[in-house]
Design a protein around this ligand. Structure first.
Ligand code: AP5
Length: 218
């Protein structure tokens, strides 16, 4: 299974990518997680990426493409992968196609997660994240067992700096301008499926599993 999860910030791509990765034993490649880890480790790439991320802007294509190329070469991706948050621009999509073709591979499909804007803002503003293991929670929809503490590793949860209202607005605008054109890009290549991602996490997972079922049989 080689799939891309596409959709605006906060539609639930990361939440579902985590579950699909565990269920189908495929790698989850989240460029947001990779970049946040680089920021946390204060690597040169992380230092460069931080100012873009805090403002809700996209990190330059060359930086992100390098990260994804390295990850795709990892043996953990041999059985398949879910790309979460990449590609986000047409040049990134073209680079992905080239990188896969060089390994005689291709994408099976692209799932476009769709959620009304008001719900997206509600999901993002209530999100709490683990800075250590990147697990994600929500103050209303996905509460941790102990308030403010990560279920998985026990670290204190934080609000991501780009989940402040101003950065959310910028991210949604950036999505409309730079990432939404990928819907047409992949539709023209007959790779696109739409997913109503407005239900609960479990309901969305069920629908998503149906969308992905044909890729399991290849
Ligand atoms: P990234 O981390 O990829 O952020 P994003 O795309 O904005 O996506 P989010 O993580 O905000 O949302 P999501 O759809 O994964 O939702 P989630 O499952 O967490 O990128 C961050 C930044 O890194 C970018 O702004 C950019 O600067 C940079 N970057 C990353 N990739 C890049 C690229 N390719 N090119 C350039 N720059 C790049 O869910 C959100 C919340 O809702 C959670 O609290 C969750 O618990 C809750 N939730 C999930 N599903 C449901 C549900 N069904 N019902 C109710 N609540 C739900």
């Amino acid at each position: 299974m080689r799939v891309v999860f596409l959709g605006a910030p906060g539609v639930g791509k990361g939440t579902q990518a985590e579950r699909i990765s565990a269920q189908y034993r495929v790698a989850k490649i989240s460029t947001g997680d990779l970049l946040r880890e680089a920021v946390r480790m204060k690597t040169p790439l992380g230092i460069e990426a931080k100012s873009y991320m805090d403002q809700g802007k996209l990190v330059p294509d060359a930086v992100v493409i390098g990260l994804v190329r390295a990850k795709l070469a990892d043996p953990s991706c041999a059985a398949g992968f879910v790309l979460d948050g990449f590609p986000r621009t047409v040049p990134q999509a073209e680079e992905l196609g080239t990188a896969l073709a060089s390994k005689a591979m291709a994408l099976d499909g692209v799932v476009n997660f769709q959620v009304p804007r008001e719900a997206v803002v509600q999901r993002l503003s209530g999100r709490r994240s683990c800075p250590k293991c990147q697990a994600t929670f929500h103050v209303n929809f996905a509460k941790p067992k102990v308030d403010g503490i990560c279920d998985r590793c026990g670290e204190s949860l934080v609000q991501r700096s780009d989940d402040e209202r101003e950065a959310i607005e910028t991210r949604l605008k950036v999505y409309d301008e730079q990432t939404a054109p990928l819907v047409r890009y992949y539709d023209e290549r007959q790779l696109l499926s739409s997913l109503d991602a407005s239900g609960t996490v479990d309901v969305v997972f069920q629908h998503l599993s149906q969308v992905l079922a044909p890729y399991q049989m290849r």
